[in-house]
Design a protein. Structure first.
Length: 214
C-alpha cells in the first residue's frame, strides 16, 4: 500500500521493509511511565495508555488510518490488529485482560460507513489473543459532528455521551479499550465516564495511532 511493491509471502497490506524503514509500529514506547497519553488520562479510571503508531499528516500512519476510516480498506484493520496484539502479548502492563471493548461510533455513522473501524481492529486483537470481544454492552448515545478539525475548546463543547447496558457485567474486570486515533483524548474521556460507577473496574487504553508522541 505504501510503496506499490509486490508483497512477499507472510506480508499483509504493507511490506516489512516499509514498516521497518518508517519505524511505523515503534510508538509503543509511549507505554513507558508518564507517557503523553497516560498524562492526558490522569484523573480517569484508565491505568495504562499507549499507541501503536505516531500519527503524522502526509505520513504512512495517516495513509493507513484514512484508508481504513474513510476509504473502506478493511484489510488495514487486520494489519493494525495483528501488530497491536503482538505488542500487547509482550507487555506486563497489558496482562490479564478480561474483555476487549472497542469505542463505539453512533449507529447513524456506522450505518453510513458500514462498519466501526475500531471494532474491526479490536476483533483482530481479540482473535489473536483469544480474549472475548464485547460490542453489545457499550454504545454511543449522541450523534455529534466529526471532531477531526475542531479546536480543543470546540471538542469540549461538542459533548459526547456513552452509555453502559449493564454495569455489573464489568465489575472487578480488566478491560482493554480500543480506539483508532487518539488526538486530544476528549472522546476517550467521555467514553470512560460511562464506567465511572462500575466497582473495581480497571481500564487499559490502546489506540492504533496518536500524534501526542511526536
Amino acid at each position: 500500500m505504501l510503496c506499490n511493491a509486490p508483497l512477499e509471502i507472510g506480508e499483509h497490506v504493507v511490506c516489512n521493509k516499509c514498516i521497518k524503514d518508517n519505524h511505523l509500529f515503534d510508538a509503543f514506547q509511549l507505554q513507558v511511565t508518564n507517557n503523553p497519553l497516560e498524562r492526558r488520562m490522569l484523573g480517569s479510571c484508565i491505568t495504562a495508555a499507549s499507541a501503536l503508531m505516531i500519527y503524522q499528516q502526509d505520513e504512512p500512519s495517516q495513509k493507513l488510518i484514512h484508508g481504513l476510516k474513510y476509504y473502506g480498506k478493511k484489510s488495514i484493520a487486520e494489519l493494525l490488529g495483528k501488530a497491536m496484539a503482538e505488542k500487547i502479548a509482550l507487555s506486563p502492563k497489558y496482562a490479564n485482560i478480561d474483555y476487549i471493548v472497542p469505542i463505539p461510533i453512533h449507529k447513524n455513522k456506522q450505518r453510513k460507513r458500514g462498519y466501526n473501524q475500531s471494532e474491526l481492529i479490536a476483533a483482530e486483537i481479540a482473535k489473536e489473543l483469544n480474549i472475548p470481544l464485547v460490542i453489545d454492552m457499550l454504545w454511543r448515545v449522541s450523534d455529534n459532528k466529526a471532531q477531526a478539525n475542531m479546536s480543543l475548546e470546540d471538542r469540549q463543547k461538542n459533548k459526547i455521551v456513552f452509555q453502559l447496558k449493564d454495569e455489573k457485567f464489568f465489575e472487578n474486570k480488566r478491560i482493554l479499550l480500543i480506539d483508532d486515533v487518539f488526538t486530544t483524548g476528549t472522546t476517550v474521556l467521555c467514553c470512560v465516564e460511562a464506567f465511572s460507577n462500575v466497582k473495581g473496574i480497571n481500564i487499559l487504553l490502546y489506540t492504533a495511532a496518536s500524534p501526542l508522541g511526536k
